[in-house]
Design a protein. Structure first.
Length: 214
């Protein structure tokens, strides 16, 4: 009788032990599946953000005495833009720039609005630029004929164009309106005139106020 009871107890113990191992195995299954899913997700390549396709900014300028060049450099530094100088094939001498002399070169160019002085070197590749600053000295309230030629012949349609100029005393005049008429399919922003003496802070503040996309 004692033997039978011991066997029953032994059988019950074995059965309880088997059930315990079974429960442990079932409880461990979700953890194993979760680990495999995590490993699978970790092995997948990360999705990379597309690179920005926004165009760059260019500062194009003609500077007869260096004043416009100084402003152009501050604009380029403030915006991270590239610089391109419009250099006349025939450089202007001090005598050429004597606007008080009716026979000087600038006076003759002013009297012949259809004249387009040649620009030295290759034209800039504008394909990667969405925004272009255009700088020049003010001559008789207008941009020089050389700048007119650049605007007319550079295919500026669809781009954002921002004129700026320098002068000792003259204002911006109608120079911006004249340029806009030469490239009517571009988006023209209001231009700005700067004095003969460079004011870097004024230039930087003007550029900041344009709220251009970075």
């Amino acid at each position: 009788m004692e033997t039978i009871q011991w066997q029953k107890c032994l059988g019950s113990g074995l059965l309880a032990l088997a059930l315990a191992f079974s429960q442990v195995g079932c409880a461990g299954q979700p953890e194993s599946s979760s680990r495999q899913e995590s490993q699978a997700l970790a092995s997948q390549p990360e999705q990379q953000e597309p690179e920005s396709q926004e165009g760059k900014t260019l500062v194009v300028y003609f500077s007869a005495t260096g004043n416009t060049a100084a402003v152009a450099e501050v604009i380029a530094e403030s915006t991270g833009a590239d610089l391109y100088e419009l250099v006349p094939e025939e450089p202007y001498t001090p005598a050429d720039l004597d606007w008080n002399n009716p026979d000087s070169r600038v006076s003759r160019e002013h009297a012949s609005p259809d004249l387009r002085p040649a620009i030295a070197g290759e034209a800039p590749d504008l394909s990667g630029y969405d925004t272009i600053f255009i700088g020049y000295p003010i001559w008789w309230g207008q941009a020089p004929n050389l700048v007119w030629g650049f605007v007319e012949n550079s295919g500026l349609s669809g781009r954002t164009l921002i004129p700026f100029c320098t002068s000792a005393s003259s204002g911006f005049g109608t120079s911006g309106e004249t340029l806009a008429a030469m490239a009517p399919d571009a988006v023209w922003l209001e231009g700005r005139r700067f004095g003969e003496q460079l004011d870097s802070d004024a230039v930087a503040q003007w550029v900041s106020g344009l709220n251009l996309a970075p």
